[in-house]
Design a protein around this ligand. Structure first.
Ligand code: PEP
Ligand code: MG
Length: 567
């Protein structure tokens, strides 16, 4: 068995086709006619741009707008004047067009790849894809055509580039296996959009498998089996049927309210990281956005997005949600989220350091434009502002004071915004949880960030595998903290949601319902499954489970009990 990153759920059973790019070798000659060579490069560039635009159009109609944006991003990179002028300078220096393109693309790819962040790693793959396409045009090498692979094919490649994926017929491809890529890489996004199971980042898989070999892949667990015996094949054939049946059954929950079996209605929203994700929330029948992590807007680029760029991004989300609530969280960087161009100093304890609101309150240059962009966008829908990593009341008061100043500026300019905008906090530090009764009187809403609340309550680094056994929301200490926050909010009539991963954990659903959670915010793809689990419980049953679970002493006891009563 091989394991990788399960990046697109589902089970694929089929025959391997190894995708190998044709050779792009060329004679690296010194050229004499610079003008002719530049003309050759510019013609190739034009052809490449046209091809990429056509692929983007095709992708838009066959898959979706969001997926087409990946290829539209390639067009922008191809037509980037800086990159083109560097290539032309290379040709001026007598390099042949192929070498000129390769040198510049490799330089950009290396620059992006050196930044330890998945988004920038993805940019490196994009530049690599563009280089290959430009070289193919220059060398007149035919593009790989994956449109004609036979039914039941599992494609195996070093990486699945957007240009390869563009030609795939999803009716014939039952799985993807690659050597590189993570959960948020473009190949993962495309696989999920095409609903093709995928396992990525499997070491050396291209050389381990052979054309025609039968494989099973599980896109949820990241497991891959080669040449399975009959017993395994039967097991996974049944698993695949059960998965598909469950997926189809979830469609019955589209358009239904999110309510318990006895009619207690809650709100079911989604977490997003990019403006384009908002469409998926609507498609998956989300009732709003419970968390927009804005730091991704800042990570996916080489410099701070301007106020106008941010305004456009926030406006796009609220407009897409058409009046449904959208909670946008202000910048949460530091900790594990680094932004290289901000040049922040390395800290010994980044999770306990200069992070999120602590940093924003010291960086007016970053925070003020973000708040202004948020206020401006509030004129276009139901936008709420959420402040992360709050640990004492003065931080929240400082944000309110800054907002009041910006509102006065907007009034003076005559710029519209929602004067009654709701401003809330993430409850994710033990300090905020312990003071929840005080905060509940000051803020418009809470959203419990269990990812961090678990880390800080248990004093356990959420990314450190050596102490991962402590990182569990089933710990009675964490559960008590959650219960306390929800009850403190209820006592004041303050809306309380949850946007940490625990909101989507079916084992915890009865507890959260019983505590009185108003809003669950989960990934878009978990919306229907969460709605289903909520619908399976009555409040009486949920209360009984909560009472028993909360009387237990250890994490293991709680977990075993919740598993035993799960529906
Ligand atoms: C959390 O801490 O639970 C949360 C939702 O925020 P993030 O995972 O972005 O820190
Ligand atoms: Mg957090």
């Amino acid at each position: 068995m091989y394991t990788g990153i399960g990046a697109s759920a589902g089970i694929g059973i089929g025959s391997v086709i190894i995708v190998k790019e044709p050779s792009l070798a060329y004679d690296n000659t010194t050229i004499s006619d610079v003008v002719a060579e530049k003309e050759r490069y510019n013609k190739a560039l034009e052809e490449c741009v046209a091809k990429t635009q056509a692929m983007a159009e095709d992708m838009k109609t066959r898959v979706g707008e969001k997926e087409a944006e990946i290829l539209e991003g390639h067009v922008l990179l191809l037509t980037d004047p800086e990159m083109s002028s560097q290539i032309e300078t290379n040709i001026d220096n007598k390099m042949c067009a192929e070498a000129a393109v390769e040198q510049v693309c490799d330089m950009y790819a290396q620059m992006f790849a050196s930044i330890d962040d998945e988004m920038f790693q993805q940019r490196a793959t994009d530049v690599g894809d563009i280089k290959t396409r430009l070289l193919k045009v220059l060398l007149q090498v035919e593009d790989l055509d994956l449109a004609t692979v036979p039914e039941g094919t599992v494609l195996v490649a070093e990486d699945l580039t957007p240009s390869m994926t563009a030609s795939i017929n999803p009716a014939n491809v039952v799985g993807f296996l690659t050597e590189i890529g993570g959960k948020t890489s473009h190949s993962a996004i495309l696989a999920r959009a095409l609903e093709i199971p995928a396992v990525l980042s499997i070491d050396g898989i291209v050389s381990k498998l052979e054309n025609g070999q039968l494989v099973i892949l599980d896109g949820s667990t990241g497991e891959v089996y080669e040449s399975p015996d009959e017993a395994l094949l039967n097991e996974y054939t049944a698993k695949r049927a059960a998965y598909l049946e469950e997926k189809a059954a979830l469609q019955a929950f589209v358009g239904k309210p999110s309510a318990t079996a006895d009619g207690n209605v809650v709100e079911l929203c989604a977490n997003i990281g990019k403006p384009e994700d908002a469409l998926k929330v609507v498609e998956c029948d989300g009732e709003g956005v419970g968390l927009f992590r804005t730091e991704f807007l800042f990570m996916d680029r080489p410099q701070v997005p301007t106020e106008d760029e941010q305004f456009e991004a926030y406006k796009k989300v609220v407009e897409t949600l058409e009046g449904k609530p959208v909670i946008i969280r202000t910048l949460d960087i530091g900790g594990d989220k680094e932004i290289p161009y901000l040049g922040l100093e390395k800290e010994d304890n980044p999770f306990l350091g200069f992070r999120a609101i602590r940093l924003c309150l010291q960086r007016d240059d970053l925070y003020r434009p973000q708040l202004k962009a948020l206020l401006r966008a509030s004129a276009y829908g139901e936008l709420k502002i959420m402040v992360p990593m709050i640990s004492f009341v003065d931080e929240f008061r400082a944000v309110k004071a800054l907002l009041a100043e910006i509102m006065a500026e907007l009034d003076a300019e005559g710029t519209p915004y929602n004067k009654d905008i709701k401003v809330g906090i993430m409850v994710e530090t033990p300090a905020a949880s312990l003071m929840a009764d005080v905060f509940a009187k000051e803020v418009d809403f809470f959203s419990i960030g269990t990812n961090d609340l678990t880390q800080y309550t248990m004093a356990v680094d959420r990314g450190n595998p050596d102490v991962a056994y402590l990182y569990s929301t089933y710990n009675p200490a964490v559960l008590r903290s959650i219960e306390r926050v929800i009850k403190a909010a209820k006592a004041e009539g303050t809306m309380v949601g949850m946007c940490g991963e625990a909101a989507a954990d079916p084992l915890l659903t009865p507890l959260l319902l019983s505590f009185g959670l108003d809003e669950f915010s989960v990934s878009a793809t978990s919306i229907l499954a969460t709605r289903k689990v909520i619908s399976l419980w009555t409040m009486e049953e949920a209360n009984a489970v909560a009472e028993k679970a909360m009387s237990m002493t250890t994490e293991a006891e709680v977990q075993a009990y919740l598993k035993s009563v799960a529906k």
